[in-house]
Write a protein that binds this ligand. Structure first.
Ligand SMILES: [Zn+2]
Length: 263
């Protein structure tokens, strides 16, 4: 499925993808920030406090944040640490996708999906909304790569079951929770996101996605609940993280679980 390369070439591509991931993380963080503030997506990056345009060196991800110690060069205002975290997370995610898929169609597909998921996580955490455009993007990538991914008939059957089970399951859980909690529990965006990702993970992978995202979601909710009660907690970042774990480590986790059962 993937092309075999000498180790040196693998390391080289890994480093390139890590750097490219950091740049994309920076871009997605900036775009998500502008989306949340309803600003236009065009135009040069600038400091939010003083409006100073960023120079070429300041656009280098991770490196520039560390060099400037997280402060604007002109006015000294703090640069949000989310940007740095998004750059590092995306760089690691790109590298992880390459380690998983090597030089292959699957790697290209997952790089696109991971980028969309980062946008989902960042926008949801700022606005508690998941734009439909990102769900549609995920669907388009799934359909575009369905045939090149390989074994498309089995994959679409498993995918449709995954989408129905996790999208539909989430809808049922949210309806029950709405009644019990007497307020909106899961947003419509979360349900759509689960359904879209169910296509990618299928039935078994979806279970891992569900377990991981619930665990991460509950952990962040517990950590965040100290701040103030009643605030809406975005579940998108947890679903995104759970989906990436399920796609990249799902097979490994299932194999380990099965070998434990057989012992
Ligand atoms: Zn400034």
């Amino acid at each position: 499925m993937s092309i075999d390369l000498p180790l040196s070439a693998d390391i080289y591509i890994g480093i390139i993808l890590f750097c490219f991931g950091a740049c994309m993380g920076s871009f997605v963080a900036c775009a998500a920030d502008r989306y949340a503030k309803k600003e236009s997506l065009g135009g040069r990056s600038h400091c939010d406090s003083c409006g100073a345009k960023l120079g070429a060196l300041e656009l280098i991800p991770i490196f520039s944040y560390l060099c400037l110690k997280g402060k604007c060069r002109k006015c000294g205002a703090r640069i949000p640490v989310d940007c740095l975290l998004a750059e590092i997370a995306m760089a690691m995610a790109y590298l992880a996708v390459y380690l998983y898929g090597g030089v292959s169609v699957v790697t290209a597909e997952y790089l696109l999906l991971v980028t969309a998921l980062m946008a989902v996580a960042l926008i949801d955490s700022r606005t508690t909304e998941i734009p439909d455009g990102l769900i549609v993007f995920g669907l388009v990538v799934y359909l575009a790569f369905l045939y090149p991914h390989g074994d498309w008939e089995a994959r679409i059957a498993d995918g449709v079951w995954g989408a129905l089970a996790y999208g539909g399951g989430m809808m049922l859980i949210s309806l029950v929770l709405d009644v019990v909690l007497k307020r909106e529990s899961l947003g419509g965006g979360d349900i759509k996101l689960f359904a879209m990702l169910g296509l990618y993970t299928g039935l078994v992978g979806g279970l891992i996605m569900l377990l991981c995202s619930s665990f991460i979601g509950l952990a962040t909710a517990a950590a965040g609940s100290k701040g103030g009660k009643g605030a809406e907690i975005p579940f998108g970042p947890a679903i995104a993280a759970g989906a990436i774990v399920a796609l990249l480590l799902g097979q490994l986790i299932t194999d380990m679980y099965v070998s434990l059962l057989i012992k």
